[in-house]
Design a protein around this ligand. Structure first.
Ligand code: GUN
Length: 283
């Protein structure tokens, strides 16, 4: 059997960054200089790595970026006060509070304080509401699912009428992914760690998005021949980065995203895009 076509997220993200660079140049001519501020609380090494790659990507396309680093034991009130300052700063178009936050801080409370017009993560309830009412054009869509829709679009995959199965129900990926696939006219099922008969749901999926956070969890024989498989996993096993989907899926799927080089670069490209959208809206 022929192997799946690999969806090259790295190349598609590079195309998007080129397009954004052009748009940023246009905004500059109108005296709008897009700026993103990332807030990092604590010293989680994975978060530090993510934040560094966000900064690098901003620099490459010409977005000003600043990282506010706060100590692990920063009181919640202090974090909220900082967000208030950023909300009021006209130079700051996008605000991103890196998750997870330390345990003494309530993420839901903090995310609600971010001005929805600067919420480039799309986590504020106002933006979540816009997404589920089909008004996402007016708000911000979380970066990973938005990046996945863009991958499908640029690969020529049209979700209308297809069975889409999302494994994972997080606010960051699973739930917004389901909303976007629904908006793209797919028939959507959300599965999770408590789902009974998970394999049977997978076998019925024309589009399978896996965001469960378990290395090589989904096997080749769970997959419908010719399906589109999107692997959101980022797991480290014996020092090797691998996804939530086993390599055996490549023998069965029609299209599949590699890890690394699939969804990851698209998440960052979408963050840049959301920041540019936030800046453009100030005009
Ligand atoms: N931690 C892991 N993914 C994300 C993300 O998309 N946004 C934020 N803010 N934190 C994260």
């Amino acid at each position: 059997m022929l192997g799946a076509q690999l969806i090259d997220g790295k190349a598609i993200a590079a195309d998007i960054r080129r397009e954004l660079k052009e748009e940023i140049n246009q905004l500059r001519k109108k005296n709008v200089n897009p700026g993103l501020t990332v807030v990092l609380v604590g010293d989680d090494p994975a978060s530090q790595t993510y934040v560094r790659s966000k900064q690098r990507a901003c620099a490459e396309v010409g977005i000003r970026s600043e990282v506010k680093m706060l100590a692990k034991d920063t009181p919640q009130a202090e974090l909220i006060a900082l967000i208030g300052e950023l909300n009021r700063d006209p130079q700051v178009h996008g605000i991103l509070v890196q998750l997870p936050l330390p345990e003494h801080i309530n993420s839901d409370t903090v995310l609600r304080v971010i001005d929805p017009l600067k919420d480039v993560d799309g986590f504020h309830p106002v933006n979540v509401g816009s997404l589920w009412t089909g008004l996402s054009e007016q708000g911000f869509v979380p970066c990973t699912p938005a990046g996945i829709i863009e991958l499908l679009h640029r690969t020529g995959i049209e979700p209308t009428g297809l069975n889409a199965v999302v494994i994972g129900r997080s606010n960051i990926v699973g739930k917004p992914m389901a909303a976007l696939l629904l908006q793209s006219n797919a028939t959507v099922t959300i599965c999770h760690s408590r789902t009974r008969g998970l394999r049977e749901y997978c076998r019925d999926a024309d589009i399978l998005v896996v965001a469960i956070g378990r290395a090589r969890f989904v096997k080749g024989d769970w997959i419908k021949p010719g399906a589109v498989v999107i692997d959101v996993g980022m797991n480290r096993v014996d020092g090797v980065l691998c996804g939530d989907v086993d390599e055996s899926a490549r023998e069965v799927a029609g299209h599949i995203t590699p890890v690394p080089g699939g969804v990851g670069p698209m998440t960052i490209a979408q963050l840049l895009r959301n920041t540019v959208i936030a800046a453009r809206r100030t005009l």
